[in-house]
Design a protein around this ligand. Structure first.
Ligand code: SF4
Length: 297
């Protein structure tokens, strides 16, 4: 595997103490235990665990979890991501049904589903994706759904499979600004992601994307990335603080102050975005149930 280049960082910044605004609640309580049991008994994966999400206590305590389909090993090696890279297991054709059953047992009102990238598969995993959306809908007709999908390496027939089954919200994360894309998402192409959004929009989807802050980008670059998303028909943008999952991952260059998140939120609304979720602990599925609707009238 190719070594990831290290982002030029201000020397002291990666070692600075986490600011108070990043303190999170521990996962405890009965709802948390119920979600834990269901996830284990249905042999499912969640991005909450695989991605070391700081909101796991809050979300699982509220009975929600983001399911990760197509296994828990990814063919890509993004420099920020805690999901394991390697050769994934064979496709599990029963997985869509198990996800649908877990969502039913958890009585989930709004389900968020994501996946690892399966670049080794001809269909990029899009058939399992479509089967999962259909299975969830069949067992849970009143549950709304957000799907956080890969770029399918620009093989648009695979994207089309998602459009055909029309989840309520389709998201695809830009993750970082153009200048840092090579370091942060080594196998991705910056402009491919807004193109995914554009094609989803042309297919009639409600679209969403996310950017992490604190990797060395400037405020102006973040605004430009938000504009690139908006220009391609993005409805919802999430902005959150990057946290280094292990010392092997990219360092945090800066902890972005909540006031700067608020400023970026305003900039997003000024450029016509429909909903901007911005704050240090925001992750792409945080408060996802609100993203079906417009944030500002
Ligand atoms: S493609 Fe997604 S799951 Fe895979 S390494 Fe990158 S961020 Fe992680």
């Amino acid at each position: 595997m190719q070594e990831l280049p290290v982002i030029a960082a201000e020397p002291a910044a990666p070692r600075v103490k986490k600011p108070d605004w990043l303190r999170v609640k521990l996962p405890i309580g009965e709802s948390y235990r119920q979600v834990r049991n269901l996830v284990d008994t249905h042999k499912l994966h969640t991005i909450c665990e695989s991605g070391n999400c700081p909101n796991m206590g809050e979300c699982w305590g509220a009975g929600t979890a983001t399911f990760m389909i197509l296994g828990n090993v990814c063919t890509r090696s993004c420099g920020f991501c805690a999901v394991a890279t390697g050769r994934p297991d064979a496709v599990d054709w029963d997985e869509p049904q198990r996800v649908a059953e877990a969502i039913m047992l958890m009585k989930v009102k709004h389900a968020v589903i994501t996946s690892v990238d399966r670049d080794e598969l001809k269909d990029g995993g899009s058939i399992i994706w479509a089967n999962t959306i259909k299975a969830v809908r069949a067992l849970n007709p009143n549950t709304t759904m957000e799907t956080l999908i890969p770029d399918f390496r620009g093989q648009w027939e695979n994207l089309q499979r998602i459009i055909e089954v029309a989840p309520d919200v389709v998201s695809h994360n830009l993750e970082t600004v153009e200048r840092l894309t090579k370091q942060v998402r080594i196998q991705a192409k910056y402009h491919r992601s807004p193109e995914v959004i554009r094609r989803l929009k042309e297919g009639g989807m409600r679209t969403k994307s996310g950017i992490m802050l604190g990797l060395g980008e400037t405020k102006e670059e973040t605004i430009q990335s938000m504009q690139d998303l908006r220009d391609n028909g993005c409805d919802v943008v999430t902005l959150g603080q990057y946290l280094q999952p292990t010392p092997k991952h990219l360092p945090v260059v800066r902890f972005v102050h909540p006031d700067e998140f608020a400023e970026l939120r305003e900039a997003g609304y000024a450029m016509g975005l429909d909903y901007v979720e911005a704050g240090p602990l925001v992750r792409s599925s945080y408060h996802a149930e609100k993203h079906i609707f417009s944030g500002r009238k």
